[in-house]
Ligand binder design. Structure first.
Ligand SMILES: Nc1ncnc2c1ncn2[C@@H]1O[C@H](COP(=O)(O)OP(=O)(O)OP(=O)(O)O)[C@@H](O)[C@H]1O
Ligand SMILES: [Mg+2]
Length: 250
């Protein structure tokens, strides 16, 4: 691995009115070409971290850069470098899949015949060609999640952030999504995602970070974390060991 594409330096976040920090002096480097999994129990701070990196909320303290860009000095370049797949759908229900993607593409400054062709290719790559002219409100959860993902990658971001991309989707959509992410990664996209699916993270991630109470408890390859805990055979064993009394409500 080479250069840090994301450099995070002592990031902290205390929400207004909160007693404790949602993120506490968290430092982390993520390298180009990685699939980095942010794991941790409910309320650990995973969404808070991703939301800060995507510019949706501001940190209380600390700083970070993505591709060397920061929101202060080089916000436009930073925004062009990243794609965001939020947990909730960010689609227009009464527009068709293609219309939605044309809209998101235009938001990123893409236009014309190129955009239309790119959208067609994108829909095809996730098995949605037959549905491209149907309204999104008629789609299943898994289909919406696929369109949501495509909306985030039309502008070919260097770094893709996903917050629980496979929650509530059936095995078909899940496989389509994970295969697609794998292809994106093979073509050079750095992926940072949160998940509660530890087996999926174990297979898919180059490294994972285990977060609890806003702090990075462990970081490493799935194999190195597994071998660091005597008797552990999977990331699930590591997780149970670290979080003490089982999964709580993970
Ligand atoms: N808008 C907010 N205002 C106040 N507190 C918040 C806000 N969003 C999150 N928190 C708190 O910050 C902490 C971290 O929450 P966060 O949503 O980042 O956790 P998470 O790891 O994403 O959890 P989950 O696995 O449930 O998605 C929690 O204690 C949560 O209650
Ligand atoms: Mg979350």
């Amino acid at each position: 691995m080479s250069e840090a594409v994301i450099h995070i330096d002592k990031l902290s976040k205390k929400y207004r009115g909160a007693d404790s920090f949602a993120l506490e002096s968290l430092s982390l480097d993520i390298f180009r070409g990685e699939v980095f999994g942010l794991l941790g129990p409910n309320g650990a701070g995973k969404t808070t971290l991703i939301s800060i990196l995507c510019g949706l909320i501001s940190p209380s303290y600390g700083s970070f850069t993505i591709q060397g860009f920061s929101y202060g000095k080089s916000a436009t370049q930073l925004k062009a470098s990243i794609g965001i797949v939020p947990q909730d759908f960010a689609l227009y229900p009464s527009l068709t899949a293609k219309e939605n993607l044309m809209y998101f593409g235009a938001m990123y400054g893409l236009k014309g015949r190129h955009l239309s062709t790119d959208v067609d290719h994108a829909l095809e790559s996730l098995g949605l060609t037959a549905h491209s002219n149907k309204r999104v409100e008629t789609f299943s959860g898994g289909m919406k999640r696929r369109v949501n993902l495509l909306a985030a990658v039309l502008h070919k971001p260097a770094v893709l952030f996903l917050d629980e991309p496979t929650v509530g989707v059936d095995v078909h959509s899940k496989k389509a999504i994970m295969d697609y992410l794998q292809r994106l990664n093979e073509n050079g996209t750095t992926i940072v995602y949160t998940s509660h699916h530890l087996m999926e993270a174990q297979e898919f991630c180059t490294r994972v970070g285990i977060i609890e109470s806003g702090q990075l408890w462990r970081i490493g390859t799935p194999d190195s974390l597994i071998s660091s805990i005597p008797g552990a055979k999977s990331l699930e064993d590591v997780f149970i060991d670290l979080t003490g009394k089982g999964f709580r409500d993970v």
